[in-house]
Design a protein around this ligand. Structure first.
Ligand code: FES
Ligand SMILES: [Fe+2]
Length: 435
């Protein structure tokens, strides 16, 4: 085992000690670092968090036509999303043949009338029905093939085009789970009259850090200036006037979700031209801005156009509507390793020149080789290395506890961790981890 895989063993000595320790009166909030390194914590997270949350699967625009499908892991399980040819509904199926288990959907994406298992050639239609069995007569009369269709994930629901699934049949309705996050999904969905779509192409990368570090980082205003100093220098070199601060507010959206909303100096392809954009797209972007104000009124229209929003939907979905819109999900493969998948969202009817600006903007900051992502990866991996060195037991996440939460405070992380502690933290579990 390498050093980075070796978890420190400096857990709290008392089995009474929670892994998330909040002292409201003392304005102190801290998280034990074993939450980032312990294989037992990860085992319990898979059972307690990922099995009982609504998890992001994809966007309806990815399966726009009947028979369109995408295959992807969700919560560590292999599923695929497909639009039924007859019903036109979006289904999310467990990607396993009901005969003897083989993976049914083997391509990452495409369009198919049927899914034929390569092992013994059982065939399923896009609604999940078993439509073909070679040598069916060999089974005699007893077997009811209508019961052997593909299995849907226990719960599947969509909100404004964002498709979620849950393995918990008893989980609350999606809209109740989303709570205050729904309003922010509305702001994105309402950005374009024709609707939003996922741009073709996916960013996939690994980070040698605990998955919760990316949940924290994605809504962390505090790190933006020091970590992304190069990007801000680049913007200034391109003619942006930057005051040196990102003013904004943080908000607890309920159920572990949080957002920061702030004005930033950069242009937003959705509807705010900036000096970092070419003059040639200014007319189109100004027109989009005027259309937003006309459709939604001055206040909501300018909010959609101007303000940046970094949102975490608990546990592992980030939608950052900043200098481009990124949809990002991530999943642990070990306590110190995660797989990240990211897409970008854009107006369906976007002018080609604006789309090009958006693509450039996305790659410049958010892409895996852009200004931001490598900085963030470096920071997260550095934290993980720090945890693995041991010597310090707790992370401090107290910033701003005694004031109206600002975007560069740490309310967002506390919101996540409180929900995490709710799902994870009973005494039996504490005893196991802290032993
Ligand atoms: S496992 Fe799929 S047809 Fe046998
Ligand atoms: Fe960052």
């Amino acid at each position: 085992m390498t050093l980075t895989e070796e978890p420190p063993t400096t857990a709290p000595s008392s089995t009474e000690s929670p892994l998330v320790d909040e002292d409201t009166a003392g304005h102190r909030f801290r998280v034990h670092r074993s939450t980032m390194t312990s294989p037992e914590v990860l085992r319990q997270e898979l059972r307690r968090v990922f099995e009982h949350s609504w998890l992001y699967v994809g966007h309806e625009s990815e399966v726009a036509e009947p028979g369109d499908y995408v295959r992807r892991p969700v919560g560590g399980r292999n599923v695929f999303m497909v639009r039924g040819a007859k019903s036109k509904q979006v289904h999310v199926f467990h990607n396993t043949c009901t005969h003897r288990g083989a993976v049914v959907c083997r391509q990452k994406s495409g369009n198919a009338k049927v899914f034929q298992c390569f092992y013994h050639a059982w065939t399923f239609d896009s609604e999940g029905n078993l439509s073909g069995v070679p040598d069916r007569e060999a089974y005699g009369e007893g077997l009811d093939f209508s019961t052997l269709g593909l299995r849907s994930v226990a719960r599947v629901a969509s909100y404004r085009g964002f498709v979620f699934a849950s393995y918990d049949p008893d989980i609350v309705e999606l809209v109740d789970y989303l709570a205050g996050a729904a309003e922010y999904l509305d702001l994105i969905a309402d950005s374009a009259e024709a609707g939003m779509e996922i741009v073709k192409g996916t960013n996939e990368y690994c980070i040698s850090a605990n998955w919760k570090l990316l949940a924290e980082n994605s809504v962390d205003g505090y790190h933006a200036l020091p970590t992304h100093d190069t990007y801000f220098k680049y913007l200034v070199a391109r003619g942006l006037v930057f005051s040196g601060s990102l003013d904004g507010r943080a908000k607890n959206l309920g159920n572990g979700h949080a957002v920061i909303e702030y004005l930033a100096p950069w242009g937003r392809p959705t509807a705010r031209w900036g000096p970092d954009f070419d003059e040639g797209v200014r007319g189109e972007i100004d027109a989009a801005r005027a259309a937003l104000v006309e459709r939604h009124g001055e206040q909501r229209g300018t909010r959609i156009a101007d303000s940046n929003r970094n949102m975490l939907i608990y546990p592992n979905l980030v939608i950052n509507d900043i200098m481009a819109v990124t949809v990002r999900t991530f999943m642990p493969s070990s306590p110190g390793q995660m797989d990240v998948t990211a897409w970008q969202l854009a107006a369906k009817d976007e002018h080609p020149a604006v789309r090009q600006t958006r693509l450039d903007n996305f790659l410049t900051f958010l892409g895996p080789a852009g200004f931001a992502t490598p900085d963030d990866v470096e920071a997260l991996e550095s934290c993980q290395q720090g945890f693995n060195s041991g010597g310090v037991e707790w992370n401090d996440i107290s910033r701003g506890m005694d004031r109206e939460p600002k975007g560069n405070d740490e309310l967002q992380m506390r919101t996540f961790w409180r929900r995490w502690a709710d799902q994870m933290g009973d005494s039996d579990f504490g005893a196991t981890v802290n032993r």
